[in-house]
Design a protein around this ligand. Structure first.
Ligand code: FNR
Length: 364
């Protein structure tokens, strides 16, 4: 079985254990390459805070701790689910876990499915709990796995929550993918019912629409990460892995995190109780603060932190997260926000493509 960010379901082509391990390492290598190089533009650039020169508060007044799954974390951003399952990706998980522990940051991991099939892959995930016994850790699994597999994934990490990734675009374009989408919603519902930890449903870089959020809310999901386009690009990653299967014409498919958050805020009638997280293309503390101002409870970061850990190990990431924590607080003070909730009252202007999205979706 197979999933593609992770490892499940009936694939277009069979993938053996060696192929799965190779895919994990390809993803890390190609994603890191995407984040190395020049500055990238994203739809976060279409958002601009209206600056109120007398509106700030004192830095000491700012408390940006947030509650995630009923646990308090120091800052409103976290390390999003990425990797595990091989020796080298296990080392990355170890470094991410050390950084998470030292900075009191929540963290996810890559799909645990590989370890459910192959016990020798499990240590690359267990290392997270070993390094960070008290931190907030999320397990991760692909949609389409059984409730029993979901429970095993949570047990493996003694996880506080489970991320289920939905990745239809990626399943479509990758040869090992399994575009068998019609059972996904009922599969998620079974997992939500079976688990006694919170379930978080996330995309992997193509966005969640308001309709999708309403569907998730209708089956009892309480957390969703819109994970939008503009950051790590799995279309490009799969194209790079198999240039002969060219789907580059799909570049730009999906919605950005800012678009997804604006869509969600405008069409919340069927998803009032769903708590939103945002990720996808978060490059710096300004993007974090913008996503929070648009209603995210916290912000997930994958590619930016992966690059830091690959280049500088745990120490490099600890330094980066520390500086993001400090800068996020400074930006909140500048914007007059004592809490994350206060940020939602900021005046944000919407320009360019994002504005066009709002007009097309009837969002004021
Ligand atoms: C990912 N992502 C991911 N997501 C998931 O739910 N399960 C997974 O196994 C993986 N694997 C994975 C590997 C690598 C190397 C990267 C960089 C990312 C997706 C990730 O959590 C996030 O949704 C997207 O990467 C968008 O965020 P960024 O990278 O733009 O910050």
């Amino acid at each position: 079985m197979n999933d593609s960010v992770g490892d499940d379901r009936v694939p277009h082509v069979d993938e053996d254990a060696a192929g799965r391990r190779e895919r994990k390492e390809d993803h890390v290598r190609l994603a890191t390459a995407q984040w190395t190089g020049g500055a990238r533009t994203t739809e976060f650039d279409d958002l601009e805070f209206l600056h109120h020169a007398l509106g700030g508060v004192t830095l000491e007044e700012v408390d940006l701790s947030v509650r995630l799954f009923d646990r308090e974390v120091a800052a409103p951003f976290y390390i999003n689910g990425m990797t595990g399952g091989t020796e080298s990706t296990g080392r990355i998980n170890q470094q991410l876990a050390i950084a998470a522990r030292e900075t009191r940051t929540a963290m996810g991991c890559g799909s645990v499915s590989i370890a459910l099939e192959d016990e020798s892959a499990a240590d690359a995930f267990r290392v997270i709990r070993r390094e960070n016994p008290d931190g907030l850790v999320m397990a991760n699994i692909g949609v389409g796995r059984s409730a029993e597999d979901a429970r095993r994934a949570v047990d493996l990490l003694q996880a506080d929550a489970l991320q289920i990734h939905v990745n239809a675009v990626q399943e479509t374009v990758m040869p090992e993918g399994s575009p068998d989408f019609s059972t996904w919603l009922s599969g998620i519902e079974q997992i939500v019912r079976a688990l006694d930890v919170p379930v978080l449903v996330k995309e992997v870089g193509f966005g969640l629409s308001a309709r999708t959020l309403a569907q998730l809310a209708s089956i009892g999901v309480s957390w969703a990460d819109v994970s939008g386009r503009g950051g790590t690009d799995f279309l490009a990653i799969e194209n790079d892995r198999r240039p002969a299967r060219d789907y580059s014409y799909l570049t730009g498919f999906g919605q950005s995190a800012p678009a997804a958050l604006l869509d969600a805020a405008a069409h919340r009638e069927h998803a009032e109780h769903l708590r939103l997280l945002a990720s996808g293309g978060v490059r710096d503390p300004l993007d974090v603060v913008k996503a929070l101002a648009l209603g995210a409870q916290a912000v997930g970061v994958a590619g930016s932190f992966l690059k830091a850990v690959v280049e500088g190990g745990a120490d490099g990431l600890i330094e980066l997260i520390g500086s993001w924590q400090q800068h996020t607080r400074e930006l909140a003070a500048l914007l007059g926000a004592r809490t994350v909730a206060d940020l939602r009252s900021s005046d944000l202007l919407v320009r360019g493509r994002l504005r066009e999205f709002c007009e097309l979706r009837g969002i004021d």
